[in-house]
Ligand binder design. Structure first.
Ligand SMILES: NC(=O)c1ccc[n+]([C@@H]2O[C@H](COP(=O)([O-])OP(=O)(O)OC[C@H]3O[C@@H](n4cnc5c(N)ncnc54)[C@H](OP(=O)(O)O)[C@@H]3O)[C@@H](O)[C@H]2O)c1
Length: 244
């Protein structure tokens, strides 16, 4: 059955696409650049012999393209999973930021995730074993002086996923939010990171293994759970001097 990947063209999205194609799943790939998507469709269908379609649109502005996406989905077997590795950071995301940039960061990192889930949830409700998976960030653990809007959007995802899990009450689909540490992708490229970036293919494996009979929020790698606990316990007068 089909997996839809929103933010499929790079990093984790690409790793997820490869992983699910290898397991024989038809795919619908969504991202802003049609050339990237075309290359991925050719590569994945050739290598793994699966049906792959794409839909390219910049999700940071304009109308939500759900009827066009539904048309693409109608060419594929029924939808079983919605994976949302979409994300965008901007070096200008500091204490003050241009309104358009602020809106773009919120829209790509929070609004698009909530819009896709709200639209496609009814499609998945009667499909046994269906899953929705989105990706938060360890930047949302505690307030910080950079990536301010990005980390706020990621923290909003935590509240949203708690509400989804509460509202669905294990009736399906399973809804998972993975708060990601550092990934070896474009987003962390050339950044000074506290710990070494991890291979996105490892995370793709975990995503496929997430249970489909319950929902949850977790850190990946798991040790971030303990780092988060410590970061939250540090008194503010010390924490405000830390830079990470
Ligand atoms: N990398 C890290 O260290 C790290 C750490 C914590 C959390 N995360 C989160 O983990 C997830 C995956 O990260 P990643 O490193 O794989 O990200 P990435 O390499 O930057 O890829 C992001 C994906 O989102 C798509 N995207 C971005 N803006 C878009 C827009 N306006 N319209 C449509 N698609 C758009 C990109 O497609 P286009 O290029 O075509 O726009 C790309 O496919 C993200 O949610 C990220 O926030 C990453």
């Amino acid at each position: 059955m089909t997996q839809m990947i929103v933010g499929a063209s790079a990093g984790l999205g690409r790793a997820l696409a490869e992983h699910y194609a290898q397991k024989g799943h038809p795919l619908l790939l969504i991202s802003s650049d049609s050339r990237d998507c075309e290359r991925m469709v050719a590569d994945l269908s050739l290598r793994f012999g699966v049906q792959v379609r794409y839909f390219a649109q910049d999700l940071s502005n304009g109308d939500w393209p759900f009827s066009a996406i539904e048309a693409r989905l109608s060419e594929l077997p029924p939808l079983k999973g919605v994976l949302l590795p979409v994300g965008f950071t901007d070096d200008a995301d500091l204490l003050t930021i241009e309104p358009k940039q602020l809106e773009k960061i919120l829209r790509v990192n929070f609004t698009s995730v909530a819009m896709f889930i709200s639209h496609f949830l009814p499609h998945l409700r009667s499909t046994p074993g269906s899953k929705i998976v989105a990706f938060g960030s360890i930047s949302s653990i505690r307030g910080r002086g950079r990536n301010i809007i990005y980390s706020s959007a990621k923290r909003a995802l935590i509240s949203y996923f708690e509400s989804l899990a509460h509202g669905l009450n294990d009736q399906g689909p399973a809804v998972w939010l993975i708060n990601v540490g550092y990934l070896a992708t474009n987003q962390s490229f050339a950044q000074r990171t506290l710990l070494p970036p991890q291979d996105p293919h490892q995370l793709a494996k975990l995503v496929q293994m997430l249970p489909s009979n319950r929902s949850g929020i977790r850190f990946w790698p798991g040790y971030w759970r303990w780092i988060a606990l410590i970061l939250r316990m540090i008194p503010w007068f010390i924490y405000k001097r830390l830079s990470f």
